[in-house]
Design a protein around this ligand. Structure first.
Ligand SMILES: CC(C)(COP(=O)(O)OP(=O)(O)OC[C@H]1O[C@@H](n2cnc3c(N)ncnc32)[C@H](O)[C@@H]1OP(=O)(O)O)[C@@H](O)C(=O)NCCC(=O)NCCS
Length: 171
């Protein structure tokens, strides 16, 4: 029988993981502008409004995940629990993606971002977390299902385009 290989733990050698809140006053705000344009415009069109909302951060919080001082991913969450799509008291995940995914994917950073959201949701006593995802965004679609989210609703966007509302219930 072949020897069982030890499970690869990509996070083992990381000495510093840090989440930093970023808005328009932050030295890291240029990362938001660049990554929103690079990561989201081809999927969701012009991102100026979304960038402006992060800049102001009135209704949302943006956190960037730094690993060994390099930005590797980000999340944007609504500050208050939402009631939408027939979902009550739910934390809305507006955005989640890796920065420079060619280099950073497959190392557990996406999972770390989800864990961060779960901590925030518990603090807010949310009953669930939800997000929307365009049909064309295959990577996010597969990843979010892997993270125990299920399709709550399918929204027709015209031109045969669909958007999925994903929800993960919390205990
Ligand atoms: C999707 C994304 C967040 C995944 O991040 P990641 O750091 O590579 O994910 P992880 O390494 O934490 O993987 C966690 C699990 O999800 C799985 N997974 C991740 N991406 C996947 C994909 N595209 N298809 C299938 N499974 C996937 C992994 O295989 C892993 O499974 P395992 O635990 O059984 O090994 C990242 O690839 C990304 O940001 N892509 C761009 C998404 C985007 O453009 N979003 C914009 C709209 S918000």
């Amino acid at each position: 029988m072949a020897n069982a290989l030890p499970k690869f733990n990509p996070l083992k050698n990381i000495d510093k993981i840090k989440f930093i809140q970023v808005n328009g006053n932050s030295q890291y705000f240029p990362i938001i502008i660049k990554s929103f344009k690079e990561r989201l415009e081809h999927l969701y069109g012009n991102q100026d409004k979304g960038i402006e909302k992060v800049k102001k951060s009135d209704d949302r919080i943006c956190e960037v995940l730094f690993v060994n001082k390099s930005p590797v991913g980000l999340i944007v969450l609504k500050k208050e629990l939402q009631n939408e799509y027939g979902i009550s008291n739910s934390l809305e995940l507006k955005t989640l993606f890796l920065i420079n995914p060619e280099k950073n994917s497959g190392q557990g950073y996406g999972t770390l971002l989800i864990k961060r959201i779960l901590i925030k949701a518990k603090k807010l006593k949310a009953q669930s977390i939800y997000c929307t995802c365009a049909q064309s965004n295959i990577n996010s679609f597969l990843f979010i299902q892997k993270m125990d989210f299920t399709v709550h609703k399918i929204i027709s966007k015209g031109d045969n385009k669909k958007e999925f509302v994903f929800k993960r219930n919390l205990k």
